[in-house]
Design a protein around this ligand. Structure first.
Ligand code: DON
Length: 304
């Protein structure tokens, strides 16, 4: 497959589009990013890579981190996790409070904020040094020590985290939270406030394309069965209230973050990361979805 040529075509196509999206500003620190950035990095299971644009520039991974926290939690506590969080698409925005009351404090899935906060609570209970251990795990997946927390972003999230505070307190009242709410939020804000490049993310997420093995070393990090399950959750819940549109256009399981990153996985073939900070009205990267649609159309490599 001539990915080099395909990425060049996508780059030209995306630079022609008038992008009416808006960068996320509910976390003030995120609003400082240059809205016109665009990067893309594709890594195949044969360890070949193709990149274009700002693929080596770091950005805030935000909710992309929720896939990694889920991965660690399922490895450490297994089936018990599913007593505290479901695996159903929510159909509501990522920070919605409404269905949590109806669902008696059990979040619909581990990727909406309520679910990710439960997963963060699990990690706080089982890891010795959650903040250090989380970063160590990501660095190991990416084969890269140059990955760090962005303390300014973590603080900015904390200063304006009214909805997350409401979610965690409500779940505490309904007995689905074990640790102190401030400790959980501090960890959660840190996991979201990691800065990474498209390349670092592609390497980190390569286990989901390669049956649980790192593409660089072939080391089995998680089981193929776990990958099947996590990819299913990525497919159905990774885009909150827009998974249908994303599957329809993108054609791959994908996860998004409000920093403008999208990671999409073609199991057994490749992982691709796209970064473009301007978001559509549902909070998804406008050009990110467009670029992925181009990629799966031009290559014919989609899961559908
Ligand atoms: O909790 C928040 O609102 C952010 N740390 C994460 C938001 C996010 O990326 C949601 N999905 N794209």
């Amino acid at each position: 497959m001539d990915f080099k040529n395909i990425l060049n075509i996508i780059y030209k196509d995306c630079s022609r589009i008038e992008n009416h999206g808006k960068i996320a500003n509910y976390i003030p620190e995120l609003a400082k990013v240059n809205p016109d950035k665009f990067g893309m990095f594709l890594l195949t299971n044969e360890n070949e890579h193709y990149e274009i644009g700002d693929s080596q520039e770091k950005f805030s991974i935000q909710s992309l981190s929720k896939v990694i926290s889920l991965t660690i939690a399922t490895e450490l506590i297994g089936q018990d996790l599913w007593k505290r969080v479901e695996v159903e698409p929510s159909g509501t925005p990522f920070n919605s409070l409404t269905e949590l009351e109806r669902d008696k404090g059990i979040p619909r899935n581990p990727f909406i904020n309520a679910g990710a906060i439960v997963v963060a609570d699990v990690l706080l209970s089982v890891l010795d040094n959650p903040i250090d251990d989380f970063l160590t795990f990501i660095r190991k997946l990416a084969d890269d020590d140059q990955i760090f927390y962005n303390e300014k972003v973590a603080k900015s999230e904390k200063d304006f985290g009214y909805r997350n505070t409401a979610l965690v307190n409500y779940m505490k009242a309904l007995d689905n939270i074990e640790n102190e709410v401030d400790d959980i939020l501090n960890f959660y804000y840190h996991q979201c406030a990691i800065d990474m490049t498209c390349e670092q993310l592609a390497k980190t997420f390569s286990i989901f394309a390669n049956s649980g093995k790192k593409i660089s070393t072939n080391e089995q990090v998680i089981s193929a069965k776990s990958v099947k399950r996590i990819n299913a959750i990525i497919q159905t819940c990774g885009f909150y209230d827009e998974p249908g549109e994303f599957a329809f256009r993108g054609g791959l399981p994908g996860k998004r973050g409000v920093g403008g990153g999208i990671v999409a996985v073609h199991p057994k073939a490749y992982v691709v990361v796209i970064w473009s900070p301007k978001l559509n009205t549902k909070g998804n990267s406008n050009l990110g979805i467009h670029a992925l649609e181009d990629l799966t159309n031009l290559s014919g490599l989609s899961v559908f």
